[in-house]
Design a protein around this ligand. Sequence first.
Ligand SMILES: N[C@@H](CCC(=O)N[C@@H](CS)C(=O)NCC(=O)O)C(=O)O
Length: 201
Amino acid sequence: MKHYFNQMSRGITTDWMLKELDAPHEQVIIDFENGENLSPEFKNINPMGKLPVLVDDDVVVTEVAAICAYLADKFPEKQLAPQVGSAERATYYRYLFIAGNTIEPAFTLAAFNIESLDPKSVGWGDMTRVLATIEAMTPRNDWVLGEQFTAADVVFGGLLDFAIIFKWYEPSPKVMAYVERIRQRPAYRDTHGGFLEMAEQ
Ligand SMILES: N[C@@H](CCC(=O)N[C@@H](CS)C(=O)NCC(=O)O)C(=O)O
């Protein structure tokens, strides 16, 4: 597998996922400064010109949540995904999808001071609804599926961690405690380098 990556990108999350799985892969560094992500060769792989990307033989996977979910299913023995068809699987999907579809757009727009969109029409509602949802969905103990840590924690927890590091919002004690548990994971610590220093400031 090839993981197209840059340390200063959302690829940090898929890198962490690869580490959680101890998955053999080739790390392909894409240089944003030189515009490598916008080169015809790279856009042939991902027309969005964005990282991260995972290439597994003929399979191209883009989008952080899709890559994490794909990897969890590829290495079932590592038990980072609940069984297909189970109730836990439904919850798992919910956390995987809400991160990129709902939480991230709300945070991003708020960071750019764009908050005047009609919450009834936009899929992410508004920050009030999103923060209430984060609070409700964040586990008080362990992980989103209880004792089993899964790719849903990498995606959902990783996004909350990212949002806290970049001061997109002020977490509640419950959310902060969950993110602290995330930050203690050896695979998170091995892959977060400069982000870890920013997180611990
Ligand atoms: N929705 C995408 C977002 C990917 C994304 O925005 N990647 C940024 C880095 S964090 C990127 O590649 N930016 C370079 C560019 O757009 O030119 C995902 O979840 O993977």
